[in-house]
Design a binder for this molecule. Structure first.
Ligand code: ADP
Ligand code: ZN
Length: 524
């Protein structure tokens, strides 16, 4: 059952003949060209942008085998099913299949008739699998969900750590790593762990210009939510909640107020759950009040709004959840409510979790980054995209672009914060620096002799809580940089140095200064 496509040499022709697609999606062509040229590639592309094609198509244009590592057996079987349906010789090796089937596949690997082999990482690293593969001719190793290799990512899988060695074992075979998670530390970590040389890196824009972005501090959440819905009657939308119980109480409230709302969470009877889901998919004007269990793999192009009744978990999950709106490219609205209670709850949840200390610290920093987005003083989309490593101008399609928040001249505060960072050698975390600024002689301040610095107490006029907000805002504005990997140390960026020299000024948000008092942020 050799693939009919092996002989065809033009990517577009293969694309149409095998997959029935008329053209490439944005970003695919560049990646595929680099892969066909033999380069190692790291491709960062948003979910739904068509990452799989970036290795499937090259696989069909070569005579050897492409090995695809994927962590989710269900998705793996899905893809193999689709490929086989397109007439492609593809198979998956996994522990769920019966031994006879696996033996048949090993036979197909040896005889060279397979084009694509999907393997779970734990199966790939088994010595017998590696032996079999070493005897086959492998053209390409494709590592899907590559962020799983990173401890700083949100989905770390220890099995992924062995993949760098697997690659060597397979003779340093050409590799493409793909992920939808793009923050800079994770990206560097992936490159360092999977490749021996820096790969050619492609980052596809994460911008979704048709989504209106807005965030509000919770005042009266019920009233805020009802107001939002009232302006969007007859539209389909999702309201995300932090707990199962809350989905039910809010759905009941919305129904009582004349909306058509249905709850959705993992604790519902399977029959109810799938009935609610199909009502939402088939009918217009239904509001799904759901936990984050809802959304994965659900493809409804005309979702007109996504609302977070509570603060999302991280910027990545925020991005993914709002991304379920407006897939048809038409305008869609998003609103995120955030409150101090959410923040305290999440901090406690992280502290009380079973995570190792190192991970807890990273999770706290992720939370701070999200809070920085909530409190951003300028274009929200600019701040969001900057988090994913993209620079852009103001968008005119977010709450902060349409209505500038109350701001204050913060150049002096920024200079004080940066001088605290610089005078201590860019080696300290938030709480230590704030103690230095407010003149609090903690044990650590005395141990390092920082109470003798000129900066000691120079920021007394502001409270520690205000300084925390100033640090977050300076971070969101790109004035100072937080090294999440190395103990939450702060450093000063090039832009920050210009402010320090008096060549640039900075304004920050006044309205968020008071109140937002986070729990402890640990570090040095
Ligand atoms: P990702 O892994 O980036 O989330 P997938 O690879 O699963 O995305 O692709 C998402 C969907 O887009 C799939 O249904 C796929 O068949 C479709 N798709 C991919 N490339 C194209 C294309 N060039 N033209 C049309 N549809 C495409
Ligand atoms: Zn904007």
């Amino acid at each position: 059952m050799a693939s009919p496509a092996t002989a065809i040499g033009d990517p577009l022709a293969v694309l149409e003949a095998v997959f029935g697609f008329k053209g490439f999606r944005p970003g695919q062509n560049e990646v595929i060209t680099a892969v066909l040229a033999g380069e190692d590639v790291l491709a960062v592309m948003p979910t739904g942008s068509g990452k799989s094609l970036c290795y499937q198509l090259p696989a069909l244009m070569r005579s050897g085998l492409t090995v695809v590592v994927s962590p989710l057996i269900a998705l793996m079987q899905d893809q193999v099913g689709q490929l086989v349906g397109c007439g492609v010789a593809a198979a998956s090796l996994n522990s769920a299949a019966d031994p006879a089937e696996n033996r048949r596949i090993v036979q197909a690997i040896r005889s060279g008739e397979l084009r694509l082999l999907y393997v779970a990482p734990e199966r790939l690293t088994r010595p017998d699998t590696l032996d079999d593969l070493c005897r086959a001719r492998i053209d390409l190793l494709a590592i899907d969900e590559a962020h799983c290799v990173s401890q700083w990512g949100h989905d770390f899988r220890p099995e992924y750590l062995a993949l760098g060695q697997v690659r060597e074992r397979l003779g340093g075979v050409q590799t493409i790593a793909l992920t939808a998670t793009a923050d800079a530390p994770t990206r560097d970590d992936i490159a360092g762990k999977l490749f021996s040389r820096p790969p050619r890196t492609f980052v596809r824009s994460f911008d979704r210009p048709n989504l209106y972005l807005s965030m509000l501090p919770k005042a009266n959440a019920r009233r805020q939510l009802l107001g939002f819905l009232a302006a969007r009657r007859e539209q389909s939308g999702i309201v995300y909640c932090a707990s199962r119980k809350r989905t039910e109480t809010l759905a009941a409230l919305f129904n009582a107020e004349g909306f058509r709302a249905l709850p959705y969470h993992a604790g519902l009877e399977p029959a109810t759950r799938s009935a609610n889901q199909s009502t939402f998919l088939r009918q217009d004007g239904v509001v799904m009040v759901a936990t984050v269990a809802f959304g994965m793999g659900i493809d409804k192009p005309d979702v007109r709004f996504v609302c977070h009744a509570e603060m999302p978990k991280t910027i990545e999950s925020y991005y993914q959840e709002i991304g379920r709106a407006g897939r048809d490219g038409l305008a869609a609205d998003t609103l995120t409510l955030y409150g101090l209670d959410d923040l305290q709850f999440r901090r406690r949840q992280i502290e009380d979790s079973e995570l190792p200390e190192e991970r807890k610290r990273i999770e706290q920093h992720r939370l701070n980054a999200l809070l920085a987005l909530c409190e951003a003083p300028r274009c929200r989309r600019q701040t969001l995209l900057a988090y994913f490593g993209e620079s852009s101008g103001p968008c005119d399609n977010c709450d902060l672009c349409l209505e500038r928040p109350q701001i204050f001249e913060a150049t002096i505060e920024a200079q004080k914060a940066m001088s605290a960072i610089l005078r201590t050698g860019e080696r300290f975390a938030t709480e230590h620096l704030i103690a230095l600024l407010t003149g609090e002689a903690t044990e650590a301040i005395e141990r390092y002799g920082h109470n003798t610095l000129k900066t000691f107490g120079v920021g007394k006029e502001r409270s520690a809580g205000e300084w925390r907000s100033i640090f977050r805002q300076l971070y969101a504005a790109g004035v100072i940089h937080l090294d999440i990997v190395r103990h939450g140390r702060w450093s000063v960026t090039e832009y920050g140095r210009r402010i320090l020299r008096g060549e640039a000024a900075i304004q920050l948000r006044q309205d968020v200064l008071s109140g937002a008092r986070p729990g402890r942020e640990r570090g040095k």
